[in-house]
Design a protein around this ligand. Sequence first.
Ligand SMILES: O=C(O)Cc1cc(O)ccc1O
Ligand SMILES: [Fe+2]
Length: 453
Amino acid sequence: MDEPEPAGDFDYLSGFGNHFSSEALPGALPADQNSPLICPYGLYAEQISGTSFTTPRSHNLFSWFYRIKPSVTHEPFKARVPSNERLLSEFSQSNSTTNPTQLRWKPVEIPDSPTDFIDGLFTLCGSGSSFMRHGYAIHMYTANKSMDKCAFCNADGDFLIVPQQGRLVITTECGRLNVSPGEIVILPQGFRFSVNLPDGPSRGYVSEIFGTHFRIPDLGPIGANGLASPRDFLVPTAWYEDKLNPGYTIVQKFGGELFVAVQDFSPFNVVAWHGNYVPYKYDLKKFCPYNTVLFDHSDPSINTVLTAPTDKPGVALLDFVIFPPRWLVAEHTFRPPYYHRNCMSEFMGLVYGGYEAKVDGFLPGGASLHNCMTPHGPDTKSYEATIARGNDVGPSKITGTMAFMFESCLIPRVTPWSLQSPFLDHDYYRCWIGLKSHFNQESQVPNLQNNGK
Ligand SMILES: O=C(O)Cc1cc(O)ccc1O
Ligand SMILES: [Fe+2]
């Protein structure tokens, strides 16, 4: 296990989509312009663009770094050996499979052999292509060792990381983030970052989006407040190391392949920065769910934390939705998720606790995929327990749980190693096989214990 990281060592700025600025030395940010002839302290100015230069201002993302040496100072990129063959950023018939079956995985074991965040990443499913700037990939990671003398840079897309076990201390060019299970972190396309594992063995989920960025959803009739609040998104503050570091490598994921470039200094050499293109974290406990209702069951979109849009209004490339602790209040209503088929595809994970639609088999660190139009819903035990409780249940509170869903309009293909995985639950379908017919054409009153009164 690595040295513990002091929790108090992290300072953050707060807000979503703000134009932030931060300096680790007073006066390091040029006062009146971005690109002075000579920058304060002899720093180099460097811009990172997260959207095209001409993207309308409302969605334009960019930041300026003032750094000791510019990113360009490195030897040529070479293919990384070993590569990571289990990482994909393009999904085609030749490398992945379509599969309409309900799929579920048990928690993948964390290896004993030394594995860092980069080598521990593996793709479960995805759609589209990083080259075409449209699509997404869903990965998981299992790791037990901090990244050593290297930084990762994802040229393909943005990472949304959901740690499930083990804290991540992530050093980025904007500063350092301390991310615990129950929190999420977004590392936008192109940022260099290094992942330390102060708690040792770690596991988590990652969604990667190509060609767009996450937003907090519009709230519509909910009003100005509710769900995720902009001020609860935390952005790091400038932090730098002025270290000669011969043999430091930048590992660049580019078109799903890994390349390395060697340089002789730490890339975390940004003394000051400003901009709205930033890494950030969010504590899911801060989310205020809005689904206490008079009757019936809200669609899960009511619990959207972040959404990555497509060009079609209301159609997400990827929604990040959570099922957090919350009050269930409703009359004559089946409270677990209804049975359904969805034109969107639903990938689910569980950070801790249990999920209301599955009595067993869906475990923290496990995952499920209910693909486009594939039927799913509560397992037999959840259904029967709900019916047995009947109509007279008062308000009840779901506690101690954090499940989530990545939901997309694009149909994911599944990777061969996920289908051949020893953690694939071949018996998943059985959880619904026991659902009995209660149909009685002689009686309109449902023939179910305590039901329909
Ligand atoms: O399938 C799931 O468990 C996720 C889900 C939850 C819910 O409350 C309603 C619809 C839905 O897809
Ligand atoms: Fe669903």
